[in-house]
Design a protein around this ligand. Sequence first.
Ligand code: GDP
Length: 304
Amino acid sequence: LSKLRRGLEETRKGFVSELLDKLGDDPLTPESLDDLETLLIRADVGIDSTDKVINALRKKLNEEVVGGEEGIKFLKDELRAIIEKPIKNSGTNILVPQKGKLNVWLIVGVNGVGKTTTLGKLAYLSSKSNYKTLIAAADTFRAAAVEQLQVWGDRSKVDVISNQSKNADPAAVVFDAINAANKRKSDLLLVDTAGRLQNKNNLMDELSKIKKIIDKKVPDAIIESLLVLDASQGQNGLKQAKSFAKSANLSGAIITKLDGTSRGGVSLAVSAEVNLPIRFIGAGEGIKDLRPFNSFEFVEALLA
Ligand code: GDP
């Protein structure tokens, strides 16, 4: 938790300390709500989510006098409700592979957001938790992607299935990886995809081809499509989430680079506006710097 707190320090410095300074212990006023609105927008919480929180607070203020501290508690509850909405069973929202089945997690996202790093961290996290894990290097588009993944595979002691030939078909890599996963009775197959946004049809085609192969070979496989987003990109990350959601059947998001950004609020915007549960958060470049997302922890760290 302290690591997450440190990670979110920038976001906190940016808006929360200012917020706490402004609110203090004094009762909330319409003016402090205006300040709060500005601060939330600046932290990239997003217009819709900000409206929702502010309207809820305004409604409460019309009915009673709300002290600063009480206001913060109310704010925390409202923020948590926003990120918990896409989670079916509220609270912790931890995604783990289901035992006894092959779980396939397709990792998508634009270049540079931390997709490869996140995949390496996920491999480490799951193999450390005793899930038999395998990586499929199905981003055959980017030249260095396979070598980069191999480095993470070595670090996490997880095998990487790849196809060395130039312009290999991603679906063929997944085919090989599923065979390997079946043979080894793997619990989790992590698939690095080249799912790019430049061409929506390509993205859809590639992902549906991959899914078809999985369905055919392992009909009861549990497939998750996880979108990696870079928190430091703020509203641009929200835009990416919206376009990916249009072309891919996403089931969750992973927010990276929550260390060193003042825009951690974008997680809330993604949950609220794209209706995506945040599954993991990355706060550092190291192999251990990924943790399952927990809404209580997140809001506490954000408003600590
Ligand atoms: P990809 O192009 O999406 O596969 O991105 P990479 O995994 O190659 O990461 C791009 C850069 O972001 C690298 O320098 C990573 O070390 C860095 N990075 C990834 N995740 C995080 C994170 O959570 N925090 C920080 N500070 N850097 C990260």
